[in-house]
Design a protein around this ligand. Structure first.
Ligand code: NAD
Ligand code: WQD
Length: 338
């Protein structure tokens, strides 16, 4: 079992991954600047795993603090979730995105090099495929970026590939997540975006809860079976388990690897509304509005490589994703009666 540093460990995917990795016996240290998360999430994490997880409050651009954390906890491997993730915001604040994401990754690599820690899992995204040229998306699909967020992910992936080429000690996996949704079964941790959500699932949840009046569906004239956008929604606990499988894989393999974490199933916006209504017993009123700029019609994974290399496949279904999102939202006390 390894001693792991999880950057961004107080956030949505990082916290679920911390639970999975800790439960299977890894020793986990969390590192986060809490810019998009809270101490409450850390307390809930401790409650789920039944022990205190060491936490360091710090920015990934603080190379010295990272290096001293790696040394003092004798860290064997790093899982790097920390970063900014809003596509729209990245267009308004590109410097913040390159600073947090790209500069943050450089700082982490410098700290790791200093302490001779050479195993790294990086949170990449299906956004690195740009506009799909074919579907389903496999890892050999050409990469490109359509916004600063996506470009920051792509730049980090390319940087990591150079790093792995420079020295055979490096073991690096770039996990390209599709659309993570859902929450841990305890309902103690989950996705709680601040302000009005940008993404579909948290928006649907707020409509079902009566916090937003209607869902705006961004276009119903796409060349898809029902005209609405199609994505590969994947349960966050499946994504978390993918990290455990990737860590195991890296213990046996060196080099640089890009691997999709998706289900391979494309679901339309209307299918998501329908599934959520069934899982929650609530209505999700919607209206169709214009397409959102930058959206693609369809995006879903070819999950073959993760199955082959990691022996990992998404196991949870759409009902699990919707039901756990709803349970988490209710547990936070934000749902109003309908
Ligand atoms: P999140 O915002 O919930 O978690 C990110 C965490 O990183 C937060 O706790 C935040 O406080 C912390 N953080 C941000 N900048 C930091 C910095 N400079 N130093 C230290 N900590 C910092 O986001 P998430 O959804 O859990 O995403 C985790 C990673 O996965 C991100 O890198 C994101 O780009 C990537 N990703 C997310 C999705 C998604 O749909 N959620 C999809 C693909 C990839
Ligand atoms: C899904 C579908 C929308 C909201 C984004 C990022 C991507 C990745 C995941 C990190 C689309 C439609 C949405 C709404 C709607 N993140 N929609 N009404 O666009 O696949 O990806 O999050 O890497 O980089 O771009 O996810 O949840 O925003 O949208 O109709 O209010 O739902 O048009 O078809 P997307 P999403």
């Amino acid at each position: 079992m390894s001693r792991l540093l999880i950057t961004g460990g107080a956030g949505y995917i990082g916290s679920h991954s911390a639970v999975v990795l800790s439960k299977i016996g890894h020793q986990v240290v969390l590192y986060d600047n809490l810019s998009n998360s809270s101490r409450a999430a850390l307390e809930n994490l401790d409650q789920i795993v039944g022990q205190h997880m060491p936490f360091v409050k710090g920015d990934v651009r603080n190379t010295e603090l990272l290096a001293s954390t790696l040394a003092s906890h004798s860290i064997d491997a790093v899982i790097h979730f920390a970063g900014l993730k809003s596509v729209g915001e990245s267009t308004d604040k590109p410097i913040d995105y390159y600073a947090n994401n790209v500069q943050g990754a450089i700082s982490l690599l410098q700290a790791m090099q200093m302490q001779r820690v050479t195993t790294l899992i990086f949170s990449s995204s299906a956004t690195v495929y740009g506009n799909p040229q074919y579907l389903p998306l496999d890892e050999t699909h050409p990469t490109s970026a359509t916004n600063p967020y996506g470009r920051s992910k792509l730049q980090i992936e390319e940087m990591l590939r150079d790093v792995a080429k420079s020295d055979p000690n490096w073991r690096i996996a770039c996990l390209r997540y599709f659309n993570p949704v859902g929450a841990h079964e305890s309902s103690l941790i989950g996705e709680s975006p601040t302000g009005i959500p940008n993404n579909l699932m948290p928006y649907i949840v707020q409509v079902a809860a009566g916090q937003q009046a209607t869902l705006s569906i961004f276009g119903d004239d796409y060349p898809t079976p029902d005209g609405t956008g199609v994505r590969d929604y994947i349960h966050v606990m499946d994504v978390a388990e993918g990290h455990a499988a990737a860590l195991d894989f890296l213990s046996k393999t060196n080099g640089w690897h890009a691997i999709n974490l998706g289900t391979g199933n494309g679901r339309s916006v209307l299918e998501m509304v329908d599934a959520f209504e069934k899982a929650s017993g609530r209505k999700v009123p919607y209206r169709v509005v214009a397409r959102r700029v930058g959206d693609v019609a369809e995006c879903y994974a070819n999950p073959h490589k993760s199955d082959q290399l990691l022996g990992w496949k998404a196991a949870r279904n759409l009902d699990d994703m919707c039901a756990s999102s709803w349970q988490f939202h209710k547990a936070t006390g934000l749902a109003v009666s309908q």
